[in-house]
Write a protein that binds this ligand. Structure first.
Ligand code: ADP
Ligand code: MG
Ligand code: MG
Length: 906
């Protein structure tokens, strides 16, 4: 029999922190806190394997599970000195979800399970606190009806018609009728009446009675948590975060402790360090006489935990440090114990029941990129972690976030701050106001920057939040849902901005005395929590000294090279400032696109539209100086660093005028008849240009095109050498299928090289290589390596050719495939290690079988993708090459791959 149930409590536990896969993050860390001797209410954890069994078993609990649960409950009862479903001394429990990796607010938890007409009298007698008992009861009904009776039954009520919302409305109406401002003003009698009214409503809306039986409640709670794994919001969160569907969730059944017993009770959440800035200060929020979700839900504005947490909004409110100094001290000690044990910043939940502190959760806390780098540097100094671990502490996404823009502080001074909120997610954002998730998504799809403005956000909003460039909410604290999610994604976010009032009827937002419509511009400074009207300029944040220091440590562990894809001096310099060690891909044809391309493009067109070899050679002669200058300027800034030029690759028809108007104009310019020009253009037509006249085929059909390019590149090199520079030229041939193509082109190169060296009176060396981007080339790589001195794997084309997916046509199909789970991901975004990866691996091995020191690299979109970088490291590539902005990310990913590798051999 598989063991499905693990107990914890009384300073001991069957689980441990490193059992997250089995017990979920929450269960494993509850066990760990017990082992550390911290005050944790006793409980039991049902494993993620049980969740998998539950789903495999047609949503039935495995036989005997409930017997095991009751057995473990006996242990809990003993430790807590109370009995579940007992009339005299009843124990209540919570049923809490907990997956391997945290999914904040995505799955469900039910508190106060076990209250029934049988146990309520005992509770009343023991606590002598009817207000507390009925407050707990009405909460149970609300949560249970929502989670167990509605959601887990798959009922999907219309927007705003869910049972939770209906009960919340009843509560609000009741408070309004009695002129209560806060939940805490509700009396015992009020809460009793509300509980009765709730039960009637539940029956009316859902058609079943709220169960008045503690045992049934327990089983219902456990099943509902399992079901919530496949709830809508959990599924969509997993998709965004890339969490596999088959991991499952654990269930934690834990003895209740109560923060809602009166003014000597409280509940709170905290971070052991500031998650937005990384500062080494205890940071949190708490609420007196409240339970569980109240802090996170934003129903009441929470109080600051301590002086360090006070800000504009809450500075007048009492902190725990002030009101409960003893308990606060105890919590500070726990903070230290936890950081020493986990060597990291933790996010904790605690509850104080009548002056006694209990720990309810701890997990490694989400943080911004800035905070991650600050904390890692501090923890290194404090001796909590070593510098290898520093490298592992910053995820590539967080590093990327550090490279993201912030508002330009100089320009900020030109704009009045129209409102202030809490700085929940750092960086800057400028965009159009979106009031709904759909609007944010619509803007995003159309490439329009947008700011999602909401009262508050909840887990239903994740997709809208994802699509937004910035998030602004009227309510919520630093630990509210919006804040947690935004920080996790490194998104600019301001919460609790009370000046924001949304009027959905008219689709307008009032901020202070200003009124905005959906679509109006706003700017956010998420690092300070400031809101500006209109557009503030943005700048990038790479000059951060912490960033530079961190990258130095990264390079200490990195073994694989990182180059960049760049085709002009500006991009090349940018990339070098980001740490690029060379250029892995310079596309010669890039000079025919964009800025200053008119002249060379005109010459290129003449070349393409030539009818005879003589015409073509004449046109090429005019083109050559442009290629030379373009190559020379970038070679010059890359002095001493390798620069790989790729010979012209694209289908020629891309460069000729396609509309009749443009063709007539082009004909006139050339003194040619329109009909003649059209004939020449039509002659270039191909049914499938991606597999037609491009790459090395161009150079074989028209050797004069190859000759011109070699002459231009060699001349640029000679000129630079004469000017005292140190160019490191590499030339690669694209779209190769065999060694003969390379020999053919090489013979041209050899001849031209002699001519150019003679002309300039200088000699030079260069590397002659090829791209490997057709499966055939990977298979005959041993023969190819006979002539090629290096390989560069072009993973875009290699993916296209391996799948037979046309990069230009297959988008919609790929999306459908991913949705239908025919393939796990878009192979053009996520490198297909399984198959395309095999070809790369094979290509490297076969190539090096002929030429052991064959240099191998990769260029293409995947060169900057962290998971792919790790793969390329294992295949033994010498370098990856990616776009300039991805260079730091690739350096980090390469260092992390090397460290992981070294650790796995220990
Ligand atoms: P989530 O994963 O959404 O944070 P939790 O399982 O942590 O959900 O529970 C929601 C809230 O209820 C948290 O604030 C937690 O501290 C509180 N809570 C959970 N179990 C108990 C318990 N046994 N006693 C008191 N509070 C609890
Ligand atoms: Mg929690
Ligand atoms: Mg290619």
């Amino acid at each position: 029999m598989t063991k499905f149930v693990y107990t914890f409590g009384g300073k001991t536990a069957e689980g441990r922190a490193d059992m997250k896969n089995l017990l979920g993050g929450k269960g494993a860390n509850l066990a760990e806190m017990c082992l550390l001797g911290l005050p944790v209410p006793a409980g039991l954890t049902i494993t993620t394997e049980c969740c998998t069994a539950y789903y495999e078993n047609n949503c039935q609990l495995p036989a005997g599970l409930m017997d095991d649960v009751w057995k473990a409950m006996a242990n809990v009862e003993k430790l807590m000195g109370m009995k579940y479903d007992d009339a005299e001394n009843p124990l209540l429990v919570s049923c809490r979800s907990g997956a391997r990796s945290s999914m904040p607010g995505m799955m469900d938890t039910v508190l106060n399970i076990g209250l029934s007409s049988k146990t309520i009298p005992g509770m009343l007698k023991r606590t002598n606190n009817p207000r507390f008992v009925y407050d707990s009861y009405r909460r149970l009904i609300m949560m249970y009806a929502d989670v167990v009776m509605e959601k887990s039954e798959g009922i999907e009520p219309a927007d705003g018609k869910g049972i939770r919302k209906q009960l919340d409305d009843m509560l609000d109406d009741y408070k309004a009728q009695h002129n209560y401002k806060s939940d805490t003003e509700l009396t015992a009698e009020d809460l009793m009446k509300l509980s009765d009214a709730f039960k009637i409503k539940v029956k009316e809306v859902l058609g079943t009675e709220f169960p008045d039986d503690a045992k049934a409640q327990m089983e219902g709670g456990i099943k509902a948590v399992f079901k919530s794994w496949n709830g809508k919001k959990a599924v969509s969160y997993r998709k965004i975060e890339g969490i596999p569907d088959d991991w499952g969730t654990a269930v934690n059944v834990q003895a209740m402790v109560f923060g809602n017993m009166g003014d000597n009770s409280a509940t709170g959440v905290a971070f052991t360090r500031n998650p937005a800035t990384g500062d080494n200060q205890f940071y949190g929020e708490w609420l007196i006489n409240a339970q569980g979700e109240d802090v996170v839900a934003g129903i009441r504005t929470p109080n600051p935990l301590n002086d360090d947490t006070k800000n504009e909004q809450n500075k007048h409110m009492k902190s725990m440090q002030e009101l409960m100094p003893e308990t606060y001290k105890e919590l500070c000690d726990i903070r230290e114990i936890l950081e020493k044990n986990f060597h990291d910043m933790l996010d904790i939940e605690f509850t104080i029941q009548d002056g006694k502190l209990y720990m309810l959760q701890c997990r490694v806390g989400k943080r911004t990129g800035v905070a991650a780098i600050t904390m890692a540097a501090d923890m290194l100094k404090e001796g909590l972690i070593d510098d290898q671990e520093v490298v592992m502490r910053i995820s590539p996404a967080q590093l990327d976030e550090l490279l993201h823009p912030i508002l330009d502080t100089t320009d900020e001074k030109n704009h009045p701050v129209i409102a202030k909120g809490l700085p929940a997610g750092p960086g800057g954002a400028v965009g159009r106001i979106a009031l709904t998730n759909d609007k944010a998504k619509e803007y995003h799809v159309n490439g329009i920057k947008n700011i999602l403005v909401r009262e508050e956000t909840n887990p239903e909003d994740v997709e809208g939040m994802r699509a937004a460039d910035g998030i602004l909410t009227a309510r919520g604290g630093m630990t509210s849902h919006a804040a947690l999610v935004a920080r996790g994604w490194g998104k600019c976010c301001i919460v609790g901005c009370e000046a924001v009032k949304i009027d959905f009827e008219t689709g307008t937002v009032h901020i202070g005395d200003r009124t905005f419509k959906e679509g109006d511009l706003l700017s956010l400074n998420g690092t300070k929590g400031w809101v500006y009207d209109e557009e503030v300029k943005m700048i990038d944040a790479t000059e951060n000294p912490l960033f530079k220091q961190f990258m130095q440590i990264v390079d200490k562990y990195r073994t694989m090279g990182v180059r960049t894809n760049a085709d002009n001096p500006e991009d090349a310099l940018k990339a070098v400032s980001f740490g690029a060690e060379g250029i892995g891909l310079f596309r010669i044809e890039h000079m025919f696109y964009g800025k200053n391309s008119e002249k060379p493009l005109e010459k290129l067109r003449n070349m393409i539209l030539s009818d005879t070899t003589e015409e073509r050679i004449a046109a090429l002669a005019e083109l050559e100086p442009y290629i030379k200058e373009s190559a020379k300027s970038t070679l010059k800034v890359m002095d001493g660093k390798p620069l790989t030029f790729r010979l012209m690759d694209p289908p020629l028809h891309e460069f000729v005028p396609q509309t009749e108007g443009k063709q007539r104009a082009a004909a006139q310019e050339r003194g040619m008849s329109f009909e003649e020009l059209k004939r020449r253009v039509d002659a270039l037509h191909e049914v499938n240009p991606m597999m037609g006249l491009r790459g090395v085929r161009l150079g074989i059909i028209y050797p004069e095109i190859t000759e011109t390019q070699f002459r231009a590149l060699f001349s640029a090199t000679c000129e630079l050498i004469k000017e005292g520079h140190d160019p490191h030229l590499e030339i690669m041939v694209p779209l190769t299928i065999n060694a003969r193509e390379l020999h053919h082109q090489k013979s041209i190169a050899d001849r031209v090289k002699q001519e150019v060296m003679a002309k300039y009176g200088v000699s030079f060396n260069y590397l002659y290589g090829t791209m490997i981007e057709i499966p055939r080339a990977a298979l005959v790589a041993d023969q190819i390596a006979d002539v090629a001195e290096f390989f560069s794997f072009g993973t875009n084309d290699l993916t296209q050719m391996t799948y037979g997916f046309s990069r230009d046509d297959v988008n919609a199909i790929v999306h459908k495939y991913v949705d239908e789970k025919v393939i796990p991901a878009d192979p053009f975004n996520t490198f297909d290690q399984e198959c395309v990866g095999q070809l790369v691996d094979l290509g490297v091995k076969r190539g090096r079988s002929t030429r052991p020191n064959l240099k191998c690299g990769v260029c293409g979109e995947h060169g900057g993708d962290p998971a792919s970088v790790e793969f390329f490291y294992h295949v033994g590539l010498n370098y990856v090459s990616c776009s300039p902005f991805r260079v730091p990310v690739a350096r980090l990913a390469a260092a992390q791959a090397a460290i992981k590798d070294a650790r796995s051999h220990k």
